[in-house]
Design a protein around this ligand. Sequence first.
Ligand SMILES: Cc1cc2nc3c(=O)[nH]c(=O)nc-3n(C[C@H](O)[C@H](O)[C@H](O)COP(=O)(O)OP(=O)(O)OC[C@H]3O[C@@H](n4cnc5c(N)ncnc54)[C@H](O)[C@@H]3O)c2cc1C
Length: 434
Amino acid sequence: MAHNFDVVIIGGGILGTSISYYLSCLNKSKKIAVIEQAHKVAFHTSGRNTGKVHAPYLYDPEKKKLFAKAAFHGYEMWEEYAALRGLPFKKDGVIEVALDQKGIKVLEKYLRWGKQNGLEDKDVKLMSNTELKKIEPEIKCEAALYVYKDGSADYSIFTDSIMKDSKAGGTKFILDTRVTKIKKEHSKWEITLDGEHEICAKFLINAAGGEAINIAHDVEVAEKFTDVHFRGEYWRAPKEYHNLTKTSVYSVPEFPEYPFLDPHWIIRVDGSCEIGPNAVPVFSPYGYNKTENIREIIPKMLEMLGSGARKTIFDKQFQELAVNEIRSLMSKSVMVKRVKRFLPKIDADKITEKGTAGIRSSVIDDNGKFVSDVILIDGDMSFHILNYNSPGATGALPFSAHIVNHLNTAGLLKSDDLSAQCGPWKFASIIEKL
Ligand SMILES: Cc1cc2nc3c(=O)[nH]c(=O)nc-3n(C[C@H](O)[C@H](O)[C@H](O)COP(=O)(O)OP(=O)(O)OC[C@H]3O[C@@H](n4cnc5c(N)ncnc54)[C@H](O)[C@@H]3O)c2cc1C
C-alpha cells in the first residue's frame, strides 16, 4: 500500500527544506514529506556555494524586487537563527571594487540599488581608492563600495539545522531516494521513488534546483523554458594569504547581462580563503566530473538545440564568455589572473588545492535570453520554483515564507494557522515585511 502525504516537496536543498519548515509549523494536521536523492540535505548547490549572506546591492529593485527584499530580510533572519542555534555566522562585510571609470558608474548604481533595497548609510559606503588603501592596503582599484552589512555562513550547516526543526514539526525527510516518475491519477499524484516504490501526494512542490525544469516538463509545465548549467569552481588559498585582506572582495562583473559574477576573493566563515567561482558551461546539474558530463552531453545538446537555448549557443558574446570561462577551467593561472587584477600580491604557483565546485542552473526563455528573476508557477495541484539562483541561500527563509503564504492566498494549499510562531519568528510578521 502506497504511503499517502498531503504535501510532497521534491528537493532537500535550502529552499525545499525551508518550505517544509514553515509548512510543518503552520500545519499540525498535514502529512508532509521532502524527497532528496542525496544522502543528506544541501548536498548539491546549497552546500557548494560561496557562503555569503548577501546585502541586496547587486539587485535591481524594479526587476528583482522580491529577491532583493528576501536578501535584505534573510540577512537578519539568518543572523537571528544562527544566534539561537549556536551556528557560525560572521558579519564580515564585502568590498566591491571598480577597476576602471566605467566600473565606478556601476558602483554608483549599486549604491543606489542597495539604498532602494533597504540598506542604510551605515551599511554601505562608496570609497575612493586612497580611502580604501588605508583599510585594505593590498587591494588595487579605482574605487570601492564597502558593504558592511554582508556576512559569511555555512549554508550546509544552516540547512541541516532547519531540517532538524522541520522534522521536529513532523516533516518526514526521505533521503537517498530519487523521484523517478510523477503521474496524476484520480486527483492525486503518484510519485515513483527509485523506480520501484510509490507514494501519493495531494499537492506537489517542485524545489528540485537544477532539475526543477525537468520535473516541471514531466508534468507539462514551463515548456517554453530550458536551462543551461554552469560549474563554479574554487581554488583554496594557502595559509600565508589568510590575512591578505580583512574582507571578501568582489569586482564589477565584466558581463553584467549574464547571470553570474567574476571570480572573487573569498574569506569563508571559518577564516579560510578561496578564489572563485568561475562559470564553466557543463551538461548536467551534477556535472562535477568528466564521467557525468560525457554521459549527459548528447541528451543536453539535443534538448538545447531544440529550444530557445540554441540562440544563446550561437550568440557571439555568450561564446566569448564561454571561452573565457573554459580557459579559467583549463588553467588555474587564468582564474587567478582575474583576481590578481585587484589583489596583485597573489602568486598562482602558491595556489595548488581545489575547493568544492557548485553548479548553477540558469533558465533560458524561448528567445534564447537568460531569465534574470526567479520563476514561480502555479500548476494544477502543484507549484514550481525555477531559476532560484543567487542570492538564493541568503533569501531562503523569507522567500520560503512568501511561497507558503502565496499557496495559501491563491487557495492552492490552505494552511491551518497563519498566526503560528515558527522558531524565533511569527509567520505573519515575516509576510508583513515582504
Ligand atoms: C557557485 C555558486 C555560488 C553561490 N554563492 C552564493 C552565496 O554566496 N550566497 C547566496 O545566497 N547564494 C549563493 N548561491 C546561490 C544558492 O546556492 C542557490 O540559490 C541555492 O542553494 C538554491 O537552493 P535550492 O534548494 O533551490 O537548490 P539545490 O541546493 O540544488 O537543491 C535542490 C535539491 O533537489 C534535489 N533533487 C533534484 N531532483 C531530484 C529528484 N528527481 N529526486 C530527489 N531529489 C532531487 C537535488 O539533489 C538537490 O539537493 C551560489 C550558487 C552557486 C552555484
